[in-house]
Design a protein around this ligand. Sequence first.
Ligand code: ZN
Length: 181
Amino acid sequence: MIDQILDYNHHFVQAKGYEKFITDKYPDKKLAVLSCMDTRLTELLPAALGLKNGDAKIIKNAGGLVISPFDSAMRSIIVAVYELGVQEIMVVAHSNCGACHMSYSHFYKEMTARGISDETLNVIRKCGIDLNTWLEGFRDTPESVRKTVEVIRTHPLIPQDIVVRGFIIDSETGALTEVKG
Ligand code: ZN
């Protein structure tokens, strides 16, 4: 698949397919969106929010979560605020998210079947990583959105004037529903 992508890329550049996407690194709408990596949202999310290239910083991970105050998602948000002029942040979870019902027991079965040893898992645990929590789903989507919004809003490095709001997007229609605090 990657080789096919490389072929496509060659033609894309040759045909100057990039011209309509040219912009700079500063988000025109001064907006950051934290959302899920789900493939249903790849085009739907920006289309449903009316975002085009150059409009917003879009940060994605499994579930659209900040799982700890100094994780990679939070780091990206801080960069977006201080380096890129972002003033408003949308946390956008979605319906039927795969990260909702994840459980460590499932990962454990899959990992051991793929050759990961109990010894490796024990070494990771000894390093202080709680795999049960780290790979566990969030069950209640609105509650999870509230939690992520709260972590961002009350973060010691986020200025008071930054607006943070939470939403759930319908994975099919793109309809946004706000999650109130
Ligand atoms: Zn998802």
